[in-house]
Write a protein that binds this ligand. Structure first.
Ligand SMILES: NC(=O)c1ccc[n+]([C@@H]2O[C@H](COP(=O)([O-])OP(=O)(O)OC[C@H]3O[C@@H](n4cnc5c(N)ncnc54)[C@H](O)[C@@H]3O)[C@@H](O)[C@H]2O)c1
Length: 334
């Protein structure tokens, strides 16, 4: 069997999850890796017996082409995208890129246009779209024509990566982390009509509870209006150190409550009683499998979030950030 030959750009925390998927696939091999961090690129190469090891994406692109690499996986920090995707587009190499795909909207628009022009296969790392639990939620909602209220939460501590401490480096928690639940809302309800958001600082003390340069919001609240009488509130918080508050989506319908507990289980309650279903799949594996199968077969319908669609989630999160700054409601498509 011909194996799909992958190139990895970025060999950090998230890339490890993708590597675990590929190590469990007989029809995939990693042939090229790049990361400025020597230990990371060497560790990644060792896992796959790969000998083409580069210091960064530029070195990789100088040596590789679509004749030597079938597809890329890009998992770098949000401000490190520079010319990575645009070079991949110029070379005609398909890519999976992690969310948030960049913090620069103009760059994202250029990349989306380039992808379209080249008709390139792309995939974005919205793993929750491949979750069995989210499929059940989507299925239930399709049977309920009336809307209702949604409470969404992603509250915890500050992630360990260096680039999370400054809002200019991570984009803020909604853009970097809670974009998963926002994307889930878009997947369930379609495009939002408007957003209003607030944010707050002062709980986390820079240099005490976080690194000295910490300046991101401790928490934010965004209210999204959707069609069909759906209003969703998404709260994000990174100030909670010792306990993990409940995260996920709590959806209240006129005859049902859907309690999606983030990537863990799903409790559905009606007048007849409750069911509690645990997660049964590895959603990152399914995301990676969908990407590989799309590359092998050309069937893009396997990919649940491509660059063009993911850009819509990114734009909504950027709009929420704008609302936090200006105090204004942002209306979409107006
Ligand atoms: N989909 C998900 O569920 C999920 C989960 C975690 C992180 N992420 C996203 O994945 C991305 C990476 O996060 P992470 O936790 O792996 O960060 P990380 O800091 O652990 O890893 C990023 C790596 O990219 C490398 N890098 C930077 N510039 C590079 C370049 N030009 N060429 C090659 N390598 C380069 C860095 O040296 C680093 O090793 C972020 O956008 C993050 O939001 C997604």
């Amino acid at each position: 069997m011909e194996k799909i030959r992958l190139g990895l750009i970025g060999c950090g925390g998230r890339a490890k999850s993708h590597m675990n998927s590929f190590l469990n696939m007989d029809d995939v091999t990693v042939v090229a890796v790049a990361d400025p961090k020597e230990d990371r690129r060497n560790e990644a190469a060792e896992k796959f017996g790969c000998t083409r090891i580069y210091k960064d994406h530029r070195e990789l692109f100088a040596a590789e082409s679509k004749e030597t690499v079938d597809a890329l996986v890009i998992a770098v920090e949000p401000t490190a995208h520079t010319d990575i995707e645009e070079t991949a587009i110029a070379l005609g190499i398909p890519f999976l890129v992690e969310k948030p795909m960049t913090l620069d909207l103009e760059q994202a628009e250029r990349i989306a246009a380039g992808v379209k022009e080249k008709n390139l296969i792309t995939c974005v790392g919205f793993q929750d779209r491949y979750l069995d639990l989210m499929e059940t939620v989507k299925d239930e909602l399709s049977k309920h024509k009336k809307g209702g209220l949604v409470y969404g939460a992603w509250v915890g501590g500050i992630p360990g990566v260096w680039w999370w401490q400054k809002k200019a480096d991570c984009g803020g928690q909604l853009v970097e982390q809670n974009i998963h639940l926002l994307d889930g809302l878009r997947w369930l309800y379609g495009e939002p009509l408007s957003v209003y958001a607030t944010s707050s600082r002062g709980i986390v003390q820079a240099g005490v509870d976080a690194s000295p340069e910490y300046d991101t919001d401790d928490h934010s609240t965004a209210v999204f209006r959707f069609e069909n009488n759906v209003t969703a509130t998404l709260v994000s918080g990174c100030y909670s150190k010792k306990v993990r508050p409940r995260c996920g989506l709590y959806i209240t319908l006129d005859d049902m409550v859907i309690d999606y507990r983030l990537r863990n289980n799903l409790i559905i309650t009606t007048a007849q009683g409750s069911t509690d279903t645990p997660r049964k799949v590895d959603q990152t594996y399914l995301l990676d499998r969908a990407y590989i199968d799309a590359i092998k077969t050309g069937d893009r319908s396997l990919i649940r979030s491509d660059y063009e669609d993911a850009l819509k989630s990114l734009k909504v999160c950027f709009a929420a950030n704008r609302s936090m700054e200006t105090g204004e409601v942002i209306y979409f498509n107006k």
